[in-house]
Design a protein around this ligand. Structure first.
Ligand code: ADP
Ligand code: ZN
Length: 701
């Protein structure tokens, strides 16, 4: 053992895992284990914990026993190891006695390097639990041992016997749970009080953070997904019902989404989860029951349809995206209704104060006007010097301005409405809307009616929420959320107090991919999709998850480098010896035929757009690839559509939106300019969508 040097570690890392360098503290952790010292590893989800015990396993003469809480996860890990040419097995009580026999033989013959087992099944392994067989013990998801942690599992409690019966064997415990109480508890319960601790940064800089007001969430989500076609994602909802409703809505819009919650049968859940992992289902609308035990590296985004109860939960959930280190997105919708709902949940529970405080921190995060990552990391006790540059606040720092007049208008409208109306009606009054609520109640007679015409609906909402946050008015949650004045309002209305507000930020149509050091530039053609299709085919044949063949980061690099010899292929990060031998040929073949076809080339500009469209690219991707504006691509598609080409424009718009536009068209007497529509529709439907809607309506005639 003494003779293992850095070079040996790097060589095994490349040959068996295909990687060129260690991440974070992986190397020091591995060295510690190889020196047979007990080790505690705290790393965020996706940080790369597995290699910390999988790589040392290759150097030990005996096997590494891995205690893992979830059977589904075990199978994935074993598949992944096998794909890399590392012999591994798992053992559990649901296996046939034949299969169990095979495991015992493999251990006795030392033909495997790692054995995964659930804690419940450990007692059945007594006869192999001795030092001549076992060289190392890894406890994955170690927080399950602690009642302080959030996933306590009673069967983890008994694990201290391992150290007692195998005192010479190093124990490595791994978890993504940071808090101190849990850490100490883990060491005590495992009887390894002197374990070396490695606590990595919790910063997951490849995940961009964004919070948006929850107006028309479903539409926003549909648009988001339309801009990220084929990308795996999870939408977290608060209730079972919400998961089903949302999944339905998405399906109606031709989006491949399914619901997942604890109320479904075991088989149904297992199937959904498996399909998701294998890229057979793009999107899961889930309660928080989903995700634990999913080890899918290419989840590209996580949306919180509702606000989570606390920051721990939020961080764990968004951590399920971007495990491969490529850019990923976390989008949170913030609404007052959710806060009310969550408060209600808390009412009936035990430690109410703690939970309320946690919810408040969550709310502060959602309403932040400083770098959101700073807030998150400081919650976990980690301070960062610089703003992250990869959250919505950093990208669009709030601009403050003196908004006293705006505040006065809003507050006096609330006053005139006698604190009886919720935000929607207050805004309608300010904007001088002529709808039934207003007219029925004669609100057009009020003094403040129409004084805020020049401010859009969305902006009013943005300002009023700030007035609530600054304490000038409040939401009476028990009176249908009516807005009411507070004492503070007097200062603004009568005592000349100045009010600072922030300018609303436009939700950018699609921010360009953040270029971090990990991002590989994307080449401008359809090779990636072809490689992805090939990966999917191979994975289906082998009955493993697609990302186990190559993860997205590796696929991107293959796309960019276009390797054509074994040597070049091996140079790709994520390609080890076995993967070169098994998959290299087919992938290089695909690249060669792609290059050949490319040479034939073709011109015509709308047809070029059509071709990319048929290959499944999004508007933004096509625009990007062609160096044109998204607007132009839309006009190409509209033209092709009117010519009768097979373009499903309805993918880009919902049936509700078409109806609204059709209605507007009648009222506006077939107006052709877009602006009148935009205004008529309350500025809620973007210009692009209106153009598409009108094209579709034109074709119908
Ligand atoms: P965790 O268990 O901490 O959530 P994993 O062990 O599943 O994370 O690793 C997350 C991803 O990072 C996997 O796709 C893994 O292959 C990849 N990875 C791990 N270590 C490295 C490395 N040194 N270089 C590149 N990728 C790595
Ligand atoms: Zn930031």
């Amino acid at each position: 053992m003494e003779s293992i040097v850095e070079k040996d570690l790097l060589e095994k890392l490349k040959v068996n895992f295909g990687y060129d360098s260690f991440r974070l503290e992986q190397q020091t952790i591995i060295e510690n284990i190889l020196a047979k010292k007990d080790t505690l590893v705290i790393m965020p989800t996706g940080g790369g914990k597995s290699i910390c015990y999988q790589l040392p396993a290759l150097f030990f003469t005996g096997i590494t026993l891995v205690i893992s809480p979830l059977i589904a996860l075990m199978k994935d890990q074993v598949d992944s190891l096998k794909a890399n040419g590392i012999p591994a097995m798992f053992y559990n009580s649901s296996q046939s006695s034949e299969d169990q026999e095979k495991v015992f033989n493999a251990v006795a013959d030392k033909t495997i390097k790692l054995l995964y087992v659930a804690p419940e099944s450990l007692s059945l392994l007594q006869n192999i639990l001795n030092q001549s067989y076992i060289s190392c013990i890894a406890i994955d998801e170690a927080h399950c041992i602690s009642a302080w942690g959030h996933d306590f599992r009673p069967s983890y409690k008994q694990l201290s016997f391992l150290k007692k019966s195998l005192p010479e064997v190093p124990v490595i415990a791994l978890t993504a749970t940071a808090d101190k109480a849990t850490q100490e508890d883990i060491l005590e319960q495992l009887a390894v009080p002197n374990a070396t601790k490695y606590i990595s940064s919790f910063n997951r800089e490849n995940i961009s953070l964004e919070v948006r007001p929850a107006n028309e969430r479903v539409q926003q989500i549909i648009r988001f997904i339309q801009k990220h076609p084929k990308e795996s994602g999870i939408v977290y909802c608060l209730s079972r019902k919400a998961t089903e409703q949302l999944a339905n809505k998405l399906q109606q819009n031709n989006i491949d989404a399914r619901a997942y919650h604890a109320g479904l049968s075991f088989d149904e859940r297992a199937k959904t989860q498996e399909d998701f992992v294998k890229d057979d289902c793009q999107i899961i609308c889930a309660t928080v029951a989903f995700g634990m035990g999913i080890d899918k590296s290419n989840v590209r985004w996580v949306i919180h349809y509702n606000m989570p109860k606390n920051i721990e939960g939020y961080y764990q959930e968004i951590g399920r995206s971007g495990r491969d280190g490529l850019p990923a997105k976390a989008l949170l919708f913030h609404s007052y209704a959710d806060v009310i709902q969550l408060r209600k949940f808390i009412e009936g529970t035990g430690n109410k104060e703690v939970q309320e405080a946690k919810l408040d921190r969550m709310k502060q995060f959602a309403e932040a006007t400083v770098c959101r990552r700073k807030i998150l990391l400081s919650y976990f006790g980690e301070l960062i010097e610089k703003n992250c540059g990869n959250c919505d606040v950093c990208k669009n720092p709030p601009q403050f301005f003196e908004g006293t007049v705006i505040a006065q208008k809003a507050l006096s409208a609330i006053y005139r409405l006698e604190g009886k109306e919720a935000m929607g009606t207050v805004i309608d009054v300010l904007r001088g809307a002529r709808n039934t609520t207003i007219l029925d109640k004669n609100y057009q007679e009020l003094k403040t009616y129409g004084v805020g015409k020049e401010v859009s609906w969305k902006d009013w909402q943005h300002y009023i929420i700030q007035l609530v946050n600054q304490g000038y008015c409040q939401i009476a949650f028990h009176l249908n959320n009516a807005l009411q004045l507070t004492e503070f309002s007097q200062k603004v209305l009568f005592k000349g107090e100045k009010v600072q507000l922030t300018t609303p930020v436009e939700i950018k149509k699609e921010e360009k991919r953040v270029v971090t050091k990990i991002t590989k530039s994307v080449t401008k053609d359809g090779l990636f999709e072809r490689l992805r299709a090939l990966r999917y085919r191979i994975a289906t044949e082998e009955n493993i998850a697609a990302y186990l063949v190559f993860n997205d980061a590796t696929l991107r690099e293959i796309e960019q480098e276009r390797p054509q010899t074994d040597q070049e292929f091996l140079g790709i990060s994520g390609v080890g010896q076995r993967k070169l031998e098994v998959y290299g040929g087919e992938f290089m073949e695909e690249i060669r035929s792609f290059i050949k076809e490319k040479k034939k080339g073709r011109k015509d500009t709308t047809l070029e757009t059509f071709k990319l469209y048929q290959e499944g690219f999004t508007i933004d991707e096509i625009a990007d690839r062609r160096g044109l504006k998204a607007q132009t691509i839309f006009s190409h598609l509209s033209k092709l559509y009117l010519e009768g080409k097979d373009i499903s424009l309805d993918k880009f718009i919902t049936p509700e939106e078409i109806n609204l536009i059709a209605n507007a068209k009648k009222v506006l007497k077939n107006e052709t300019a877009l602006k009148p529509y935009f205004e008529f529709l309350g500025e809620k439907i973007p210009y692009e969508q209106i153009r598409i809607g009108l094209t579709i309506l034109q074709k119908k005639h």
